[in-house]
Design a protein around this ligand. Structure first.
Ligand code: SF4
Length: 346
């Protein structure tokens, strides 16, 4: 049995919020629209390609990308090329790419001092964005998120991705009719915490039995049981170039300056993106609190060995535009980072 079939047949779905037990069979082809939360990494790309392979029409799929650094000019955390890479994939597959973010991104949230968390910007349905929130309680951070599986202290995942996605689904009127399937690419192989995630459940923004209005939104993790080999295999089959970060040696594509970065990654960042490295280094000194409890990013970089990076991939990763073709067909190359270090969110 191939893994397309495995996923279709093995899935059984229980509504958590609506509680219509017993379990109803899950049919991934029964939805009116599909929202793939798309980071530009291999796992979310595999999800999109998997939807196409099981027969979901591309016109029903929206790729949605959260801008971790926001759209106001901060470059503190992410790969410069990621948004352009996501757009290139969306264009190639004939799907729209939508974006959302918290105003000021990671940097503004980290620098909160007696101030509320900033508003969230979501699509306004007319090609622009509209703000939601921003009037919450005042608070102070002045330190990096903690390296932890606990999302209350690892605030970046919650404040810059999960909450943004939910705000979007709760406020966009499109999701008040029909059935929506949200698709994300967490895999059990990535961490013990992710291994416990359900393959199918009602999405946290679901409101199918709301009194004033309803939102029927389910959440599917179609590649939860996949091995990394299967992920690269589907991307190779579709001839889509992997994000340049993988070609530099990263095994997972989180933020480039991810708080979970390994010693080798910090050593590589210092080499290929010295300004970005210095920004993190200066904030650690200013806060008097390092990202990793025991070592500063400078000490981590000193202990690591930089990946051997080709200049063409450094240039591609550091660009704001995609400078290479996204579709490479039979010339597809397995990136250097595949099956390598897999530092990243747990
Ligand atoms: S990729 Fe790393 S730094 Fe970026 S939001 Fe996720 S956990 Fe935080």
């Amino acid at each position: 049995m191939d893994y397309v079939q495995q996923d279709l047949w093995a899935s059984e779905y229980v509504h958590e919020q609506s509680k219509p037990s017993p379990a109803v069979p899950f049919d991934p082809l029964s939805y009116d629209r599909y929202v793939v939360f798309f980071s530009g990494g291999k796992d979310s790309l595999a999800c999109v390609l998997h939807l196409l392979e099981i027969g979901v029409p591309s016109r029903k799929i929206v790729l949605h990308h959260h801008l971790v650094d926001g759209a106001e000019g901060s470059n503190l955390m992410d790969w410069p090329v990621t948004e352009a890479y996501c757009k290139a994939v969306a264009d190639h597959l004939g799907m729209p790419l939508e974006t959302s973010w918290r105003v000021g991104g990671f940097e503004q949230e980290m620098l909160r001092q007696n101030s509320p968390t900033a508003a969230v910007m979501i699509p306004d349905g007319k090609g622009g964005h509209v703000a939601h929130g921003g009037q919450g309680p005042e608070g102070t951070r002045l330190k990096f998120p903690q390296v932890s599986a606990d999302l209350s202290t690892r605030w970046c995942s919650a404040y810059l991705k999960i909450d943004i996605g939910s705000t979007y689904l709760r406020h966009d009127q499109r999701y008040r009719s029909g059935k929506t399937l949200v698709v994300t690419g967490e895999r059990a192989q990535e961490s013990a915490a992710r291994a416990k995630y359900k393959t199918c459940e009602a999405h946290r923004a679901d409101l199918r039995h709301g009194r004033q209005h309803q939102r029927h939104i389910d959440h599917w993790r179609p590649i939860h049981a996949w091995l990394e080999e299967q992920v690269w295999d589907i991307i190779r089959r579709h001839g889509i170039r992997a994000h340049p970060g993988y070609h530099l040696g990263w095994g997972r594509l989180s933020c480039r300056q991810c708080i979970f970065g390994s010693k080798n990654q910090w050593a590589t960042i210092r080499l290929v993106a010295p300004q970005a490295f210095e920004s993190i280094n200066s904030y650690e000194k200013r806060f008097g609190v390092t990202i990793q409890r025991k070592h500063s990013v400078g000490q981590m970089a000193d202990m690591g060995t930089p990946y051997e990076c080709e200049q063409k991939w450094i240039d591609a990763a550091n660009a704001r535009e995609m400078t290479m073709e996204i579709y490479v067909g039979d010339n597809w190359e397995m990136p250097k980072g595949a099956f390598g270090e897999s530092a990243g969110p747990t």
